[in-house]
Ligand binder design. Structure first.
Ligand SMILES: *[C@@H]1O[C@H](CO)[C@@H](O)[C@H](O)[C@H]1NC(C)=O
Ligand SMILES: *[C@@H]1O[C@H](CO)[C@@H](O)[C@H](O)[C@H]1NC(C)=O
Length: 379
């Protein structure tokens, strides 16, 4: 116990030290520095993805993948919003580190006009890289539609800002794309509803996903975005939803699920190299090693102050992961000691570690540079 506690203090001390470093570094590099590193450098954040970063888009869609009810948001200042977490999600926390506001959801009618210049969140729960992914949950904005929705907003922005200024504005913005999980858990790993696993082996399927992904990234580059963070997929074989299938040995994750993802993450990291190699001048694509970061947390629970990894804080049935967090299910009280909030999603405590590692971590976390370095580049 004592050992655990002192390790927890070490982590807190380390985080505070890193934050001080960040402030010192930004003071040195950024002329008109704000409180956070990159403040004044980053104009806005445009977020694309799935439920890991959805902050309310699915509230407006005919979908059963919704989370705008208690106990979702029980630790969030705005209460339940459609975030699939007890508190802030990865994009919220990364935005904090960058010193930019958490952008509002695209589907909210109030997200228009001058507001578009403070960033927009296009993410949609159950969405994937492939259009058909997640259709078992109802409507959602897949990657392709999210890109179209961004282009729609851009049309409005072009009418409000001179072209040269908009080019500069976009080149100082950061695009965050969190995709891939649903192409596995709500497609490839659901052979009763989807044919992909009959048609492709894991490596062919990863290539199919990455080809689609590359095309959409190129589209976003073509309309002016220049800085991209592309987190890979976490160890899905360890989420309560997969543990609840009973396929894992006691105390272990579902290994074959984690193995199936391998080619996607490896391919995404290679794709980043290719995209950075001259085909897209004046831009930078960065790979976030979510798999490694979450794997590290799962292998070293105590070091991060966690106690429970094999069941959701809010959920029903085996591993509290057979049925996800429903309205008025009582969540666990010690939420900072849980890795998973519900059957699919990490707690805010884990999101905070992921955001910090993407922001200031070494190349093993964020490759070839971290988000802080990305924010300081001038294109
Ligand atoms: C556009 O950029 C120029 C040069 O930086 C600046 O002087 C001007 O105020 C900007 N205009 C708008 C509308 O932002
Ligand atoms: C691309 O860039 C990486 C990293 O800078 C480099 O190692 C590699 O040789 C380059 N070429 C190709 C074709 O990937």
């Amino acid at each position: 116990m004592d050992d655990n506690k002192s390790r927890k203090m070490d982590v807190v001390g380390w985080v505070i030290f890193m934050m001080k470093m960040v402030v010192m570094m930004s003071g040195g590099v950024v002329a008109k520095g704000g409180a956070a590193a990159g403040a004044g450098q980053v104009s806005a954040m445009y977020v694309f993805g799935d439920s890991l970063v959805d902050n309310g888009n699915n509230n407006y869609l005919r979908s059963i993948a919704k989370s705008n009810y208690y106990p979702y948001g029980c630790d969030f200042s705005g209460g339940p919003t459609g975030r699939f977490c007890n508190g802030e999600n990865f994009a919220d926390l990364l935005g904090r580190l960058l010193g930019v506001a958490a952008p509002p959801p695209f589907a909210d009618p109030a997200t228009s006009g001058a507001k578009l210049f403070s960033g927009v969140n296009y993410a949609s729960a159950a969405a994937g890289i492939l259009d058909e992914t997640g259709q078992n949950y109802g409507d959602r904005y897949p990657l392709g539609q999210q890109v179209i929705n961004f282009e729609t907003n851009l049309g409005q922005m072009r009418r409000m800002m001179p072209a040269a200024n908009l080019t500069r504005f976009l080149s100082k913005s950061i695009a965050v794309l969190v995709f891939g999980s649903n192409d596995y858990i709500n497609n490839y790993l659901m052979p009763s509803l989807y044919t992909s696993s009959y048609n492709y082996n894991p490596s062919q399927y990863a290539n199919l996903l990455l080809n689609h992904y590359a095309r959409q990234l190129h589209a976003l580059y073509s309309v002016g975005l220049r800085k991209f963070l592309l987190p890979g997929i976490g160890p899905l074989g360890c989420i309560p939803n997969q543990l609840a299938t009973g396929q894992a040995a006691p105390g272990r994750c579902v290994d074959y699920v984690n193995q199936i993802l391998g080619p996607f993450n490896e391919g995404l990291r290679r794709l980043v190299d290719i995209l950075n190699n001259g085909s897209h001048p004046g831009s930078m694509f960065v790979y976030g090693n979510s798999y490694g970061a979450i794997g590290d947390i799962l292998n070293n629970l105590g070091r991060y102050g966690f106690k429970v990894w094999d069941r959701g804080c809010c959920g029903i049935g085996r591993n509290q992961g057979q049925i996800t967090c429903l309205p008025f299910v009582t969540p666990c009280l010690n939420r900072n000691e849980y890795v998973f909030w519900d059957a699919f999603h990490p707690t805010q405590a884990v999101n905070a570690i992921l955001a910090q590692r993407a922001f200031s971590g070494p190349t093993s976390d964020c490759y070839p540079i971290n988000v802080q370095q990305l924010s300081l580049i001038n294109f």
